[in-house]
Write a protein that binds this ligand. Structure first.
Ligand SMILES: O=C(O)CCC(=O)C(=O)O
Length: 252
């Protein structure tokens, strides 16, 4: 991938980095049909504990492990380049943890509240997320927002996210969401992206997204990477069991 020294320094300072053209717009649009197939349920997708990630009437779809059921995604250019960039940012031993898609249909008010991924992930040592836009993600679409430098402090107190209205159809999803207690301190930076552009954020960087006020869908694909740890080993073993139960190959 070869990030520049300036990009690596920006990530180390800010806790996030915008990478234009991680893949080409054509490569991004080549993924859209399958992405939409997962989001609409046309393609059978994996679930969170037997439930899917539909945000009730508000319509956001948070679907786990897309590359488990769409095996070709595991070798796609986006995945190779995301892993290379993640390793350049946080170290050569970083590895695939899991992936998920966050699709907000047109005029979808569902928000993802302020949080650090570390609040969810537990003892993983360090981690980074690649958030890839498969179509235009403007501020109006509810692009990713980051608090500059927030990864440099520790893990902040999180509580259960007040998302009962978002996940009325799936209370378990609401219960499982966390949000920062109180308002974030620091400069908020929004990251609008074109198709094929990506952001990378550190697992302690505060981030959120607002609803999609645009007339087109917001298609985001998050791929998470962490350092080797007992937690990662347990997670990969569970993912392999899950893959077997779905009748698909275990992720490599
Ligand atoms: O897609 C979003 O709005 C939120 C994504 C997110 O929280 C993440 O990728 O860590």
């Amino acid at each position: 991938m070869s990030l520049t020294d300036a990009q690596k320094t920006a990530f180390a300072t800010d806790g996030f980095l915008v990478v234009r053209g991680l893949i080409t717009p054509e490569e991004a649009s080549g993924l859209v049909e399958e992405y939409d197939g997962l989001a609409s349920g046309r393609i059978r997708h994996a679930t969170w504990n037997g439930r899917d990630g539909e945000a009730g009437a508000l319509g956001m779809r948070q679907i786990p492990f897309p590359s488990l059921v769409l095996e070709a995604w595991q070798d796609h250019a986006y995945r190779r380049r995301a892993l290379e960039a993640a390793r350049e940012l946080l170290g050569d031993d970083l590895d695939y943890f899991f992936d998920q898609l966050f699709m907000k249909p047109p005029h979808c008010p569902a928000e993802v509240p302020w949080h650090q991924d570390a609040a969810y992930w537990g003892e993983v040592g360090a981690g980074v997320t690649c958030w890839l836009a498969l179509s235009e993600v403007t501020e109006q679409h509810g692009c990713m927002e980051f608090v500059r430098g927030s990864h440099l402090g520790g893990l902040l107190p999180h509580g259960k996210a007040p998302l009962d209205d978002q996940y009325a159809a799936n209370p378990e999803m609401a219960r499982n969401h966390l949000s920062l207690e109180g308002a974030p301190a620091g400069e908020v930076v929004r990251a609008p992206l074109g198709p094929g552009d990506a952001t990378f954020h550190h697992y302690k960087t505060l981030h959120r997204s607002r609803g999609n006020a645009a007339a087109s869908p917001r298609r985001g694909l998050a791929t998470h990477f962490t350092l080797p740890s007992p937690r990662l080993a347990r997670h990969m073993a569970r993912l392999a069991d899950y893959a077997r139960s779905l009748g698909v190959p275990a992720p490599g």
